[in-house]
Design a protein around this ligand. Structure first.
Ligand SMILES: [Zn+2]
Length: 86
């Protein structure tokens, strides 16, 4: 589970299927945010920026060999409370 500083505020966001879609390593990132592997619970951050938009495999320190990433927290990359994506 992602951690936050006490007092940090979040906004509920209806991202359609963004929170239910499973992504394999090599797939293109369509939402920037924190992703959790549905098989082991490890979390990563991934960005939809065109120069950095591919989901990674787990690194060698993780015994899970089947990374399947699911969006856990979407980030407000453009700082506009999602106005540019809704
Ligand atoms: Zn995993």
């Amino acid at each position: 589970m992602a951690g936050i500083k006490t007092g940090t505020k979040f906004k509920e966001f209806n991202g359609g299927d963004a929170f239910s879609t499973i992504h394999k390593p090599g797939h293109k990132v369509t939402w920037s945010g924190i992703y959790k592997c549905k098989n082991c619970g490890w979390e990563i951050t991934s960005n939809m920026h065109p120069e950095d938009d591919i989901f990674p495999p787990h690194n060698s320190s993780n015994p899970c060999k089947n990374a399947e990433w699911k969006l856990h927290v979407v980030t407000d990359t453009k700082g506009d409370s999602f106005a540019s994506v809704t």
